[in-house]
Design a protein around this ligand. Sequence first.
Ligand code: SF4
Length: 415
Amino acid sequence: MKEYTGYTAHFGKSDKGKTILIPWFTDFLSPFIPAIAELAGYRFVNCPRTSKTSAEIGLRYGNNEVCYPATLVLGDLLAELQSGKYDLDNAAVAITQTGGQCRATNYLAMIKQGLKNAGFEKIPTIAVTLGSGAIQNEQEGFKLPILKIFNIGINALLFGDMLNQMFASAVVREKTKGNSQQLFDFYMKQGVEIILQNKPEKFLELLKNTVSDFNKIDFFEDKKIEKIGLLGEIFVKYNSYGQAHITDWLRARNMEVVVPPIFDFFIQSFVNQEVNAQNGISRISRFTKMLMPLLLKFLEKRVGKFDKIFENYRFYEKNESIFAKAKYASEILDLSNQFGEGWLIAGEVASFARRNINRVICVQPFGCIANHVVAKGIERRLKQFYPKMNLLYLDIDGGMAEVNLHNRLHFLIKE
Ligand code: SF4
């Protein structure tokens, strides 16, 4: 590994028209991102789904002490740049930057070193952030017009979560293999069209049609299906390769894999801000104090509208509010534990237990100190509160033996 000696390619104003590659995240959200970016005036292109090649290339050119998602993200980007499909003088790469306490805030330095190691040091990098701007990155040519994309982005997110939930419950019960996947793909494409038209209201109509079509699937009525919760680090939880395809493995054994909505990850900041202000960790400005309740009201109203339609789905189950999850979590740990998935892990385990889902897998990537500390740290206390809960912590990385992973899963589903 060469020593990092600075990175001079910046995304300037003249780079606005460049093709911006982004790593694949998850099937129910990634296809929407280029469409949202197009509204914002940028040409984003998704890398293909994360694969073994991503892991190998990420390890070859990256720093192998970073967390596993960082390796995969770097590998996705480098594999695409090496594919020969792009005019490298007109290409850039982008990743999200959380701005929080996890390493994702500092991925960019590692990505730049990886780009340099692979000979792509002329490729500008972008940090996509919803907060107060990029950290440690010069990108004067990139600015997200939040007001323009906020409404459509929220609607797309809610729709994606609900579509994913319908798919997860339908795919294990369908009589004709492939029905649910067909509907999933069709409605994702419809979602992209709505985004490009920038018509958020149309998502409600789309959800109505989606629910109606999923209800029409011919299901096995007497098949014994058990639910299993899957939570943990955001990337490995929602990215099929990142989680070593354990969802497929479980589905093949008649388990319905239930994941918490990704929407919760974003709106936890309503809880976090309040907690941090109370604990003297950060201040809330007067403007934010005024804005937050309005924003919350808007979001709650929107969720209510989506939920009213979603209730008509045959296997509908209500998702508890982020405030309910925070309350359950506060019985287990202090809510200032906000690194990685932080207190969300406790809140989601509790929420699963209250829905009588007592087998839960918590996936944790190699090198993710944040999630290991929180998740392992609360294990005993969770067991005291929820004695029936059977929790399996799975460490995920590129070098793990599949047979070990499946062995552990076998024990969980047989108990
Ligand atoms: S939560 Fe953990 S695995 Fe995910 S980006 Fe942060 S440090 Fe890496």
